[in-house]
Design a protein around this ligand. Structure first.
Ligand code: DQA
Length: 174
């Protein structure tokens, strides 16, 4: 099932926004790097934008790698696209990467800061090459850019079950 009923009781494709460790501290954590918006504020803006775009959005944050994997596995049957900021797990987690690949969903990777202008260990992402694309360096607005991209992707791509799914998982819309 790749759709959920939205508040207007229309059927809307669901974009799941998954945030990893320490992103619950947004607003208070290194604001010069990550901005002054809290995660709750970012999520509220996403909900408003989702309504304008005619998609449903579900947000989730965890500091625990296994919970992120569980959530991505759940998305495989309930979401149409994933937006993920895996925080520090971006640079370390084969498990998160494998779960994203297994989901077969289009993935958009977001980072508030520009990873490529930071320490070398942040230049490597285990997610980048399995994502449709990466949005980095735009602060909280990056999530909104990602949601616009996700909405446009899923509108171009029929819901799974309607078109079938390529073996191995079709991440790119046809
Ligand atoms: C981050 C960048 C990561 O390197 C870091 O570990 C984070 C936040 C970002 O959004 O810029 O926790 O993902």
């Amino acid at each position: 099932m790749a759709k959920v009923e939205d508040s207007g009781s229309r059927w809307a494709a669901a974009v799941w926004v998954i945030n990893g460790p320490n992103l619950n501290l947004l607003g208070r954590r290194e604001p010069a790097l990550y901005g002054r918006s809290s995660l709750a504020e970012i999520n509220r803006r996403l909900e408003r934008l989702a309504a304008d775009l005619g998609v449903a959005v579900e947000t989730f944050q965890s500091n625990h790698e296994g919970e992120l994997v569980d959530r991505i596995q759940e998305a495989a049957s309930r979401a149409s696209a994933i937006i993920i900021n895996a925080g520090a797990y971006t640079h370390t987690s084969v498990a998160v990467r494998d779960a994203l690949v297994a989901s077969g969903l289009p993935v958009i990777e977001v980072h508030l800061s520009n990873l490529h202008a930071r320490e070398d260990f942040r230049h490597r992402s285990f997610i980048a090459d399995v994502a449709i694309g990466q949005i980095v360096g735009f602060g909280p607005e990056g999530y909104e850019l990602a949601l616009r991209a996700a909405a446009s992707l899923i509108k171009k791509r029929p819901a799974r079950g309607e078109s079938g799914r390529r073996p191995g998982g079709a991440r790119r819309p046809r």
